[in-house]
Design a binder for this molecule. Structure first.
Ligand SMILES: C[S@@+](CC[C@H](N)C(=O)[O-])C[C@H]1O[C@@H](n2cnc3c(N)ncnc32)[C@H](O)[C@@H]1O
Length: 251
């Protein structure tokens, strides 16, 4: 398999054929070694783009994390493919954010893909504050239950709050911001509102991850223009491993 990196984009050759059944998120879509290889190539490209400092991560720790989540989480659906799950965990394990905020976490799966590098089985570092935000109280409750089934009394917390208001008032530097909220009117267009509200609080070298950079590219046009502006962010790569995509940017 030959992957392709050019013009701020990293593309897996089979990205458009890499589709999951969102109601069966743990079904294997490819041999494990193939999944590891494409994520390794992605991390190498992000290192070359100076978004991350190194490309290696603890694969055994990730396997421990993945198994524990699969055993304990209630996930009605998710569009996070196993490739994306591995990539998001690896990016957190490499950047090791003391403070991470994930916006629009639904049932909590995307939150734990990020937070799982710092808490629960397979954790590889000690964070200070890992926050998942979900505007629908019943979904926030389920996400909190899922996290508590995995790890009790940790620095990971899920709150039923509006991400725009929360990040605007957040007291502290944000080391990693994960964006996945979808507003009733603006849809994924809300990413730019959240990023602008958080922007002054982003630590130097902070990572910003935005899911749906491919299948919501139209709604995200203003957001993508913002993160790809070198005056605003130091680097940004559209990682296209599947039909959803993940824009990976650094402050
Ligand atoms: C489509 S879901 C994300 C699912 C995720 N991409 C996955 O595949 O698992 C988006 C979530 O964002 C939440 N949301 C929308 N606006 C929000 C806001 N302003 N703050 C926090 N959460 C929000 C929605 O309630 C919804 O649960």
């Amino acid at each position: 398999m030959t992957e392709d990196m050019r013009d701020g984009e990293f593309r897996a050759p089979d990205w458009d054929a890499h589709k999951m059944n969102t109601r069966e998120p743990f079904v294997e879509l490819e041999p494990l070694q193939a999944e590891i290889a494409i994520v390794d190539a992605t991390l190498e490209a992000l290192k070359d783009a100076e978004i991350i400092a190194r490309s290696s991560y603890d694969q055994a720790a990730f396997a421990t994390h993945r198994e524990a989540v699969r055993e304990s989480f209630e996930i009605p659906w998710t569009a996070i493919s196993p490739r994306q799950e591995r990539l998001i965990w690896a990016l957190n394990s490499i950047r090791r954010p003391a403070r991470m905020i994930a916006a629009g976490v639904f049932c909590g799966f995307t939150f734990i893909c990020n937070a799982g590098a710092g808490v629960g089985p397979g954790a590889v570092y000690e964070p200070e504050d890992l926050v998942g935000l979900e505007i629908k109280p019943e979904e926030a409750e389920r996400a909190a239950r899922n996290v508590e089934a995995l790890v009790l009394n940790s620095v990971a917390r899920v709150l039923a709050e509006d991400a725009v208001a929360f990040v605007a008032d957040y007291d502290g530097a944000i080391d990693l911001l994960y964006l996945d909220a979808a507003g009733p009117e603006s849809g994924k267009g809300i990413y730019l509102e959240i990023l602008e509200a958080a922007y002054e609080r982003l630590a130097p070298g902070a990572l910003v991850l935005a899911h749906n950079s491919v299948n919501s590219a139209e709604k995200l046009a203003d957001y993508l223009a913002f993160v790809r502006d070198p005056a605003k962010m130091s680097a940004s790569v559209n990682v296209i491993l599947d039909t959803e995509g993940l824009e990976v940017s650094a402050r």
